[in-house]
Unconditional design. Sequence first.
Length: 410
Amino acid sequence: MTATAPRLRTLDAVRGVAVMGIFLLNVIDMAMPGYAYVDPHYYGGASGANWWEWAIAYVVADGKFRGLFTMMFGASTVLIAERAMAGGERPAVIHYARMVTLFVFGMIHAYLIWSGDILVLYSICGAVAFLAWRWRPKLLLEIGIVLLAFKLVNGMTAYYEVSTLKAAAERAYQPDVAPWQAFQRDASPPLEAIPGELAGFRGTYSEALRTRVPTTIFMQTVISREAWLDTIGLMLVGMALFRLGFFSGAWSRRSYWLAAAPIPVLWLAYIPLVLWLERTANAPLTQIATEAIQLTLLRPFLSLGYAALVILFVQSRYARWLADRLAATGRMAFSNYLGTSIMVTLFFNGYGLGWYGYLQRWQCLIVVAVVWLAMVAWSKPWLDRFAYGPFEWLWRSVARARLQPFHAPK
Protein backbone atom coordinates (compact mmCIF):
# COMPACT_ATOMS: atom_id res chain seq x y z
CA MET A 1 0.00 0.00 0.00
CA THR A 2 1.34 3.43 -0.89
CA ALA A 3 1.46 6.34 1.46
CA THR A 4 -1.33 8.10 -0.40
CA ALA A 5 -3.82 5.22 -0.28
CA PRO A 6 -5.53 6.22 2.99
CA ARG A 7 -5.98 9.77 1.70
CA LEU A 8 -7.56 8.59 -1.54
CA ARG A 9 -9.81 6.36 0.56
CA THR A 10 -11.38 9.43 2.17
CA LEU A 11 -11.99 10.99 -1.23
CA ASP A 12 -13.61 7.81 -2.52
CA ALA A 13 -15.81 7.50 0.57
CA VAL A 14 -17.07 11.07 0.23
CA ARG A 15 -17.88 10.38 -3.42
CA GLY A 16 -19.69 7.20 -2.39
CA VAL A 17 -21.89 9.03 0.11
CA ALA A 18 -22.57 11.72 -2.51
CA VAL A 19 -23.77 9.28 -5.18
CA MET A 20 -25.98 7.54 -2.61
CA GLY A 21 -27.43 10.83 -1.42
CA ILE A 22 -28.24 11.97 -4.94
CA PHE A 23 -30.51 8.98 -5.41
CA LEU A 24 -32.61 10.01 -2.41
CA LEU A 25 -33.96 12.86 -4.56
CA ASN A 26 -33.67 11.27 -8.00
CA VAL A 27 -35.99 8.42 -7.04
CA ILE A 28 -38.97 10.81 -6.99
CA ASP A 29 -38.38 11.81 -10.60
CA MET A 30 -38.00 8.17 -11.60
CA ALA A 31 -41.05 6.98 -9.68
CA MET A 32 -43.70 9.53 -10.64
CA PRO A 33 -44.40 12.60 -12.84
CA GLY A 34 -41.20 14.60 -12.68
CA TYR A 35 -42.50 17.93 -11.38
CA ALA A 36 -43.24 16.17 -8.09
CA TYR A 37 -39.49 16.49 -7.49
CA VAL A 38 -39.96 20.18 -6.68
CA ASP A 39 -43.65 20.29 -5.74
CA PRO A 40 -45.18 17.55 -3.58
CA HIS A 41 -48.64 18.99 -4.29
CA TYR A 42 -48.25 17.98 -7.93
CA TYR A 43 -48.11 14.23 -7.33
CA GLY A 44 -47.13 11.65 -4.75
CA GLY A 45 -48.80 13.22 -1.73
CA ALA A 46 -48.31 16.48 0.19
CA SER A 47 -49.72 15.64 3.62
CA GLY A 48 -48.80 13.45 6.56
CA ALA A 49 -45.81 11.17 5.99
CA ASN A 50 -45.53 12.37 2.38
CA TRP A 51 -45.15 16.00 3.43
CA TRP A 52 -42.54 15.08 6.01
CA GLU A 53 -40.63 13.06 3.41
CA TRP A 54 -40.54 16.13 1.16
CA ALA A 55 -39.66 18.57 3.95
CA ILE A 56 -36.87 16.47 5.47
CA ALA A 57 -35.41 15.60 2.08
CA TYR A 58 -35.52 19.28 1.10
CA VAL A 59 -33.72 20.36 4.27
CA VAL A 60 -31.20 17.54 4.56
CA ALA A 61 -30.54 16.35 1.03
CA ASP A 62 -31.97 18.44 -1.81
CA GLY A 63 -29.00 19.82 -3.76
CA LYS A 64 -26.51 19.06 -0.98
CA PHE A 65 -25.28 15.72 -2.28
CA ARG A 66 -25.38 16.93 -5.88
CA GLY A 67 -23.33 19.91 -4.72
CA LEU A 68 -20.90 17.57 -2.97
CA PHE A 69 -20.71 15.33 -6.04
CA THR A 70 -19.98 18.41 -8.17
CA MET A 71 -17.14 19.42 -5.86
CA MET A 72 -15.81 15.88 -6.05
CA PHE A 73 -15.90 16.10 -9.84
CA GLY A 74 -13.65 19.16 -9.62
CA ALA A 75 -11.37 17.42 -7.14
CA SER A 76 -11.12 14.34 -9.38
CA THR A 77 -10.30 16.57 -12.34
CA VAL A 78 -7.20 17.85 -10.55
CA LEU A 79 -6.25 14.37 -9.30
CA ILE A 80 -6.44 12.82 -12.77
CA ALA A 81 -4.58 15.75 -14.36
CA GLU A 82 -1.78 15.48 -11.80
CA ARG A 83 -1.51 11.73 -12.36
CA ALA A 84 -1.41 12.23 -16.11
CA MET A 85 1.36 14.78 -15.80
CA ALA A 86 3.32 12.54 -13.43
CA GLY A 87 2.99 9.70 -15.94
CA GLY A 88 4.34 11.78 -18.82
CA GLU A 89 0.93 12.26 -20.44
CA ARG A 90 -0.75 15.50 -21.48
CA PRO A 91 -3.44 16.35 -18.93
CA ALA A 92 -5.54 18.33 -21.42
CA VAL A 93 -5.66 15.43 -23.88
CA ILE A 94 -6.67 12.99 -21.14
CA HIS A 95 -9.27 15.33 -19.69
CA TYR A 96 -11.00 16.38 -22.88
CA ALA A 97 -11.12 12.81 -24.15
CA ARG A 98 -12.89 11.95 -20.90
CA MET A 99 -15.31 14.88 -21.25
CA VAL A 100 -16.22 14.04 -24.84
CA THR A 101 -16.84 10.43 -23.87
CA LEU A 102 -18.81 11.51 -20.80
CA PHE A 103 -20.96 13.73 -23.02
CA VAL A 104 -21.80 10.75 -25.21
CA PHE A 105 -22.62 8.58 -22.19
CA GLY A 106 -24.79 11.39 -20.85
CA MET A 107 -26.75 11.80 -24.06
CA ILE A 108 -27.43 8.06 -24.22
CA HIS A 109 -28.44 8.06 -20.56
CA ALA A 110 -30.68 11.14 -20.87
CA TYR A 111 -32.59 10.12 -23.99
CA LEU A 112 -32.72 6.35 -23.69
CA ILE A 113 -32.90 5.79 -19.91
CA TRP A 114 -33.74 8.80 -17.72
CA SER A 115 -34.15 12.50 -18.49
CA GLY A 116 -32.69 13.68 -15.17
CA ASP A 117 -29.12 12.98 -16.33
CA ILE A 118 -26.32 15.22 -14.99
CA LEU A 119 -23.47 13.79 -17.09
CA VAL A 120 -24.04 16.09 -20.07
CA LEU A 121 -23.99 19.13 -17.79
CA TYR A 122 -20.86 17.86 -16.04
CA SER A 123 -19.05 17.20 -19.32
CA ILE A 124 -19.70 20.74 -20.57
CA CYS A 125 -18.95 22.46 -17.27
CA GLY A 126 -15.96 20.19 -16.72
CA ALA A 127 -14.52 21.25 -20.08
CA VAL A 128 -14.71 24.88 -18.94
CA ALA A 129 -13.54 24.33 -15.37
CA PHE A 130 -10.44 22.44 -16.54
CA LEU A 131 -8.99 25.69 -17.87
CA ALA A 132 -8.43 26.68 -14.25
CA TRP A 133 -7.09 23.43 -12.81
CA ARG A 134 -3.56 24.79 -12.23
CA TRP A 135 -4.67 28.06 -10.68
CA ARG A 136 -3.87 28.86 -7.07
CA PRO A 137 -6.43 27.55 -4.55
CA LYS A 138 -7.21 31.06 -3.35
CA LEU A 139 -8.06 32.22 -6.86
CA LEU A 140 -10.16 29.11 -7.50
CA LEU A 141 -12.12 29.76 -4.31
CA GLU A 142 -12.62 33.42 -5.12
CA ILE A 143 -13.94 32.75 -8.62
CA GLY A 144 -16.09 29.88 -7.38
CA ILE A 145 -17.66 32.13 -4.74
CA VAL A 146 -18.27 34.87 -7.33
CA LEU A 147 -20.06 32.41 -9.63
CA LEU A 148 -22.22 31.21 -6.75
CA ALA A 149 -22.99 34.84 -5.90
CA PHE A 150 -24.11 35.39 -9.50
CA LYS A 151 -26.54 32.50 -8.99
CA LEU A 152 -28.02 34.29 -6.00
CA VAL A 153 -28.18 37.67 -7.74
CA ASN A 154 -29.80 36.18 -10.84
CA GLY A 155 -32.37 34.33 -8.77
CA MET A 156 -33.34 37.28 -6.62
CA THR A 157 -33.47 39.56 -9.66
CA ALA A 158 -35.81 37.12 -11.37
CA TYR A 159 -37.93 36.94 -8.22
CA TYR A 160 -38.21 40.73 -8.08
CA GLU A 161 -39.12 41.02 -11.76
CA VAL A 162 -41.78 38.30 -11.62
CA SER A 163 -43.15 39.67 -8.33
CA THR A 164 -43.51 43.04 -10.03
CA LEU A 165 -45.41 41.43 -12.89
CA LYS A 166 -47.69 39.68 -10.43
CA ALA A 167 -48.39 42.87 -8.47
CA ALA A 168 -49.18 44.82 -11.64
CA ALA A 169 -51.42 42.05 -12.94
CA GLU A 170 -53.31 41.95 -9.65
CA ARG A 171 -53.92 45.70 -10.04
CA ALA A 172 -55.27 44.90 -13.51
CA TYR A 173 -52.48 46.89 -15.14
CA GLN A 174 -53.08 45.59 -18.64
CA PRO A 175 -49.51 45.54 -20.10
CA ASP A 176 -48.36 43.18 -17.35
CA VAL A 177 -51.32 40.82 -17.28
CA ALA A 178 -50.23 38.80 -20.31
CA PRO A 179 -46.58 38.33 -19.15
CA TRP A 180 -47.77 37.19 -15.71
CA GLN A 181 -50.21 34.77 -17.27
CA ALA A 182 -47.44 33.47 -19.53
CA PHE A 183 -45.19 32.91 -16.50
CA GLN A 184 -47.94 31.00 -14.70
CA ARG A 185 -48.55 28.88 -17.78
CA ASP A 186 -44.90 28.05 -18.46
CA ALA A 187 -43.42 27.84 -14.95
CA SER A 188 -44.94 24.46 -14.11
CA PRO A 189 -46.69 21.70 -16.06
CA PRO A 190 -50.48 21.66 -15.79
CA LEU A 191 -52.20 18.92 -13.83
CA GLU A 192 -53.84 17.91 -17.09
CA ALA A 193 -50.43 16.65 -18.27
CA ILE A 194 -50.25 13.98 -15.57
CA PRO A 195 -52.44 11.31 -17.28
CA GLY A 196 -50.34 11.50 -20.44
CA GLU A 197 -47.10 11.12 -18.50
CA LEU A 198 -48.47 8.20 -16.52
CA ALA A 199 -49.68 6.47 -19.67
CA GLY A 200 -46.37 7.06 -21.46
CA PHE A 201 -44.13 5.66 -18.74
CA ARG A 202 -46.50 2.81 -17.97
CA GLY A 203 -46.51 1.80 -21.64
CA THR A 204 -44.00 0.17 -23.94
CA TYR A 205 -40.41 1.31 -24.32
CA SER A 206 -41.24 3.30 -27.46
CA GLU A 207 -44.11 5.04 -25.63
CA ALA A 208 -41.81 5.86 -22.71
CA LEU A 209 -39.20 7.17 -25.15
CA ARG A 210 -41.71 9.50 -26.82
CA THR A 211 -42.73 10.76 -23.39
CA ARG A 212 -39.14 11.18 -22.21
CA VAL A 213 -37.66 13.10 -25.16
CA PRO A 214 -39.51 16.43 -24.68
CA THR A 215 -38.61 16.42 -20.98
CA THR A 216 -34.98 15.67 -21.79
CA ILE A 217 -34.82 18.53 -24.27
CA PHE A 218 -36.33 20.88 -21.66
CA MET A 219 -33.84 19.70 -19.05
CA GLN A 220 -30.87 20.23 -21.37
CA THR A 221 -31.95 23.57 -22.82
CA VAL A 222 -33.63 25.30 -19.86
CA ILE A 223 -32.82 23.65 -16.54
CA SER A 224 -29.17 22.91 -17.33
CA ARG A 225 -28.62 26.43 -18.61
CA GLU A 226 -29.72 27.76 -15.24
CA ALA A 227 -27.27 25.41 -13.48
CA TRP A 228 -24.10 26.26 -15.39
CA LEU A 229 -22.90 29.04 -13.10
CA ASP A 230 -23.15 27.20 -9.81
CA THR A 231 -21.95 23.92 -11.32
CA ILE A 232 -18.73 25.49 -12.59
CA GLY A 233 -18.41 27.44 -9.34
CA LEU A 234 -18.68 24.29 -7.23
CA MET A 235 -16.21 22.46 -9.46
CA LEU A 236 -13.69 25.26 -8.90
CA VAL A 237 -14.31 25.11 -5.15
CA GLY A 238 -13.76 21.34 -5.29
CA MET A 239 -10.47 21.85 -7.15
CA ALA A 240 -9.30 24.34 -4.53
CA LEU A 241 -10.26 22.14 -1.60
CA PHE A 242 -8.50 19.15 -3.13
CA ARG A 243 -5.36 21.20 -3.66
CA LEU A 244 -5.63 22.32 -0.02
CA GLY A 245 -5.90 18.70 1.17
CA PHE A 246 -9.49 18.82 2.44
CA PHE A 247 -10.88 15.84 0.52
CA SER A 248 -7.77 13.74 0.97
CA GLY A 249 -7.99 13.91 4.76
CA ALA A 250 -4.93 16.08 5.28
CA TRP A 251 -6.58 18.58 7.62
CA SER A 252 -6.62 18.22 11.39
CA ARG A 253 -9.55 16.53 13.06
CA ARG A 254 -10.37 19.81 14.74
CA SER A 255 -10.66 21.51 11.34
CA TYR A 256 -13.05 18.83 10.09
CA TRP A 257 -15.17 19.12 13.23
CA LEU A 258 -15.32 22.89 12.71
CA ALA A 259 -16.50 22.31 9.14
CA ALA A 260 -19.21 19.92 10.36
CA ALA A 261 -20.32 21.97 13.38
CA PRO A 262 -22.69 24.36 11.50
CA ILE A 263 -24.85 21.51 10.12
CA PRO A 264 -27.66 21.74 12.75
CA VAL A 265 -27.78 25.55 12.47
CA LEU A 266 -27.97 25.34 8.69
CA TRP A 267 -30.82 22.83 8.93
CA LEU A 268 -32.68 25.26 11.20
CA ALA A 269 -32.11 28.01 8.65
CA TYR A 270 -34.20 25.99 6.21
CA ILE A 271 -37.33 26.19 8.37
CA PRO A 272 -38.41 29.64 7.06
CA LEU A 273 -37.94 28.40 3.49
CA VAL A 274 -40.01 25.27 4.16
CA LEU A 275 -42.77 27.34 5.75
CA TRP A 276 -42.72 29.84 2.89
CA LEU A 277 -42.99 27.09 0.32
CA GLU A 278 -45.77 25.36 2.22
CA ARG A 279 -47.72 28.59 2.74
CA THR A 280 -47.65 29.27 -1.01
CA ALA A 281 -48.21 25.61 -1.99
CA ASN A 282 -44.74 25.49 -3.61
CA ALA A 283 -45.66 28.24 -6.05
CA PRO A 284 -43.10 28.68 -8.87
CA LEU A 285 -42.56 32.31 -7.82
CA THR A 286 -41.59 31.19 -4.31
CA GLN A 287 -39.34 28.49 -5.73
CA ILE A 288 -37.35 31.09 -7.67
CA ALA A 289 -36.32 32.79 -4.43
CA THR A 290 -35.93 29.73 -2.20
CA GLU A 291 -33.85 27.94 -4.84
CA ALA A 292 -31.43 30.86 -5.16
CA ILE A 293 -31.15 31.29 -1.40
CA GLN A 294 -30.66 27.66 -0.44
CA LEU A 295 -28.35 26.68 -3.29
CA THR A 296 -26.05 29.67 -2.75
CA LEU A 297 -26.12 30.50 0.94
CA LEU A 298 -26.85 27.15 2.60
CA ARG A 299 -26.02 24.24 0.30
CA PRO A 300 -22.22 24.72 -0.05
CA PHE A 301 -21.65 24.73 3.70
CA LEU A 302 -23.88 21.71 4.27
CA SER A 303 -22.12 19.82 1.48
CA LEU A 304 -18.75 20.56 3.09
CA GLY A 305 -20.10 19.66 6.51
CA TYR A 306 -21.29 16.28 5.23
CA ALA A 307 -17.91 15.70 3.59
CA ALA A 308 -16.15 16.52 6.86
CA LEU A 309 -18.29 14.00 8.75
CA VAL A 310 -17.53 11.27 6.21
CA ILE A 311 -13.81 12.01 6.39
CA LEU A 312 -13.89 11.92 10.20
CA PHE A 313 -15.71 8.59 10.07
CA VAL A 314 -13.23 7.07 7.62
CA GLN A 315 -10.29 8.23 9.74
CA SER A 316 -11.80 6.80 12.90
CA ARG A 317 -11.51 3.18 13.99
CA TYR A 318 -15.26 2.59 14.00
CA ALA A 319 -16.98 0.29 11.52
CA ARG A 320 -14.02 0.10 9.18
CA TRP A 321 -15.91 -2.46 7.11
CA LEU A 322 -18.51 0.21 6.33
CA ALA A 323 -15.84 2.79 5.51
CA ASP A 324 -14.28 0.29 3.09
CA ARG A 325 -17.62 -0.31 1.41
CA LEU A 326 -18.39 3.41 1.14
CA ALA A 327 -14.98 3.95 -0.47
CA ALA A 328 -15.67 1.12 -2.93
CA THR A 329 -19.07 2.66 -3.71
CA GLY A 330 -17.29 5.92 -4.50
CA ARG A 331 -14.69 4.25 -6.68
CA MET A 332 -17.59 2.86 -8.69
CA ALA A 333 -19.68 6.05 -8.61
CA PHE A 334 -20.12 6.09 -12.40
CA SER A 335 -21.33 2.48 -12.47
CA ASN A 336 -23.54 3.03 -9.44
CA TYR A 337 -25.07 6.18 -10.95
CA LEU A 338 -25.83 4.63 -14.33
CA GLY A 339 -26.67 1.22 -12.88
CA THR A 340 -29.19 2.80 -10.53
CA SER A 341 -30.91 4.58 -13.43
CA ILE A 342 -31.12 1.38 -15.44
CA MET A 343 -32.43 -0.83 -12.65
CA VAL A 344 -34.81 1.66 -11.04
CA THR A 345 -36.39 2.80 -14.32
CA LEU A 346 -36.89 -0.88 -15.15
CA PHE A 347 -38.68 -1.25 -11.83
CA PHE A 348 -40.96 1.73 -12.41
CA ASN A 349 -41.50 1.90 -16.18
CA GLY A 350 -44.05 -0.16 -18.10
CA TYR A 351 -41.40 -1.99 -20.12
CA GLY A 352 -40.18 -3.35 -16.77
CA LEU A 353 -42.27 -4.03 -13.69
CA GLY A 354 -44.56 -1.05 -14.28
CA TRP A 355 -44.73 0.60 -10.85
CA TYR A 356 -44.58 4.14 -12.26
CA GLY A 357 -46.90 6.49 -10.39
CA TYR A 358 -48.21 3.90 -7.93
CA LEU A 359 -46.01 4.68 -4.91
CA GLN A 360 -46.50 7.60 -2.55
CA ARG A 361 -43.50 9.78 -1.72
CA TRP A 362 -42.73 8.09 1.60
CA GLN A 363 -42.98 4.63 0.02
CA CYS A 364 -40.17 5.59 -2.35
CA LEU A 365 -37.88 5.50 0.68
CA ILE A 366 -38.19 1.72 0.61
CA VAL A 367 -36.73 1.74 -2.90
CA VAL A 368 -33.98 4.07 -1.70
CA ALA A 369 -33.05 1.72 1.14
CA VAL A 370 -32.89 -1.29 -1.20
CA VAL A 371 -30.73 0.58 -3.72
CA TRP A 372 -28.39 1.89 -1.01
CA LEU A 373 -27.91 -1.62 0.32
CA ALA A 374 -27.22 -2.86 -3.19
CA MET A 375 -24.60 -0.16 -3.81
CA VAL A 376 -22.81 -0.91 -0.56
CA ALA A 377 -23.12 -4.67 -1.01
CA TRP A 378 -21.85 -5.15 -4.54
CA SER A 379 -19.17 -2.47 -5.01
CA LYS A 380 -16.43 -3.89 -2.78
CA PRO A 381 -16.74 -7.54 -3.89
CA TRP A 382 -16.63 -6.36 -7.50
CA LEU A 383 -13.48 -4.28 -6.92
CA ASP A 384 -11.85 -7.15 -5.04
CA ARG A 385 -12.01 -9.03 -8.32
CA PHE A 386 -11.88 -6.35 -11.01
CA ALA A 387 -9.76 -3.24 -11.50
CA TYR A 388 -12.69 -0.93 -12.31
CA GLY A 389 -16.44 -0.80 -12.15
CA PRO A 390 -18.00 -1.93 -15.45
CA PHE A 391 -18.90 1.56 -16.65
CA GLU A 392 -15.64 3.04 -15.34
CA TRP A 393 -13.78 0.44 -17.40
CA LEU A 394 -15.85 1.24 -20.49
CA TRP A 395 -15.43 5.00 -20.02
CA ARG A 396 -11.68 4.71 -19.56
CA SER A 397 -11.30 2.31 -22.50
CA VAL A 398 -13.26 4.52 -24.90
CA ALA A 399 -11.59 7.73 -23.73
CA ARG A 400 -8.13 6.22 -24.19
CA ALA A 401 -9.11 4.43 -27.43
CA ARG A 402 -7.81 1.06 -26.18
CA LEU A 403 -9.06 -1.64 -23.87
CA GLN A 404 -7.92 -1.19 -20.29
CA PRO A 405 -6.96 -4.02 -17.91
CA PHE A 406 -10.16 -5.36 -16.41
CA HIS A 407 -9.13 -7.84 -13.72
CA ALA A 408 -7.63 -6.55 -10.47
CA PRO A 409 -3.90 -7.20 -10.08
CA LYS A 410 -3.09 -10.24 -7.99
